[in-house]
Design a protein around this ligand. Sequence first.
Ligand SMILES: [Zn+2]
Length: 183
Amino acid sequence: MTIDITKLEVLAKAASQGRWNQDGFEVQNDDINNYRVARCNWLADAKFIAAASPVEVLALIATGKQQAQQFKEWQASHHANYVAVAEERDQLRAEVAGLRTGYEAYERVNAELKAENEALRGVMSAVVSEIPGARISRAGNAPGHCHSIPGVWDEDNGSKAGKECAWCKVWNYAVSMGKGDRP
Ligand SMILES: [Zn+2]
């Protein structure tokens, strides 16, 4: 059933305003002298008409309109929230996709660097083993060097005395790199 609210409102506004009161089978308007609104056959009808006075009907219509407006606002706010959450979700999705791409690129570069490192290690090991005297060099001294303290120039080497021997340092680094002791 469709209720014609507009028509009901027009009729309620046109009817006599004021306090409707049931008095036996009659309904009076207490705010107008000797004003009988209705005379009913049934007591229940008189009671109902008094209760459903224009003032009451207009208040009911106003409440309905207010609720409809509140519902509209709630819907709009709900929609706005949904849009905001959906936007955030899309943004997070894009961020995750970006991170995944970045991580995959990192993994790829890492694998390439590892392979390159392994290859360099092999080359270094081969180079070190081919240098003349490599097999007879004393631990810590490069081939052909015989520092009493490995890698440090002896007292009789003038200005170099007591200082680190650069070639021994490079040699030791190359040896340990070839063995895989260094990154
Ligand atoms: Zn040396």
